[in-house]
Design a protein around this ligand. Sequence first.
Ligand code: GLP
Length: 235
Amino acid sequence: VEVVILPGAGEVAVLAADIIQWALTSKPTSALGLATGSTPLATYMELRSRFLQGRVSFAEATAFLLDEYVGLGADHPQSYGSVIRRELVDHVDLPLSSLFVPDTRGDDLVDACARYEAAIRNAGGIDLQLLGIGTDGHLGFNEPISSLASRTRVKTQGIGTILDARHLLLLATGQAKAAAVTAAIEGPVRALCPASALQLHPHVTVLLDEPAAAELSLGSYYRSTYAHKPPWQRF
Ligand code: GLP
């Protein structure tokens, strides 16, 4: 796990946007995995501003949302589909037809989950998956004791689905996330901390601000390894 500790949440957003911009520049048809929650909002603001400056384009990209509420209509303002449109998609050039959100409207949600997995496969798999982390170590709606091999189900994308993405980008800011971050990165891999499954993935980048990194036992090691890597080797 590649851990990058930055002074504050603003720097986390800028570097996360750099990584997403780099992914889209090197592969314009990238399939992006997007997350909601408060943590990535600053990253989305940064991407919106770069789009307006002509520095990044989503025109050929595809985006898959990590999770969605069952029971809220797709147009409900609190649905994650509405949130991601409001925070990012409506402000950039990603075609709405290229935004995939788990379908929670039909009667057969089990079938809808299977179709979501198939849509990800048809897009060639997710190239870059953005993630937040819950204070209890959850990823998406994969709460403690979720199977680390789970797939999309009536809940969220599964941990196994998340681990299929080629590059995982986890963002965590604020002291409230410090214990979960430490458990995820330095603790044992166990279903009690779903985010610890990231340790099984070959390419994970974790961007932290200082408060979120405060409980890591190897904090100074992470700071020195990142500082000594030339930019082109960093991600
Ligand atoms: C919710 C979402 C997750 C998100 C998490 C953290 O549980 N389902 O996808 O990562 O909250 O949210 P925040 O970034 O607001 O702390």
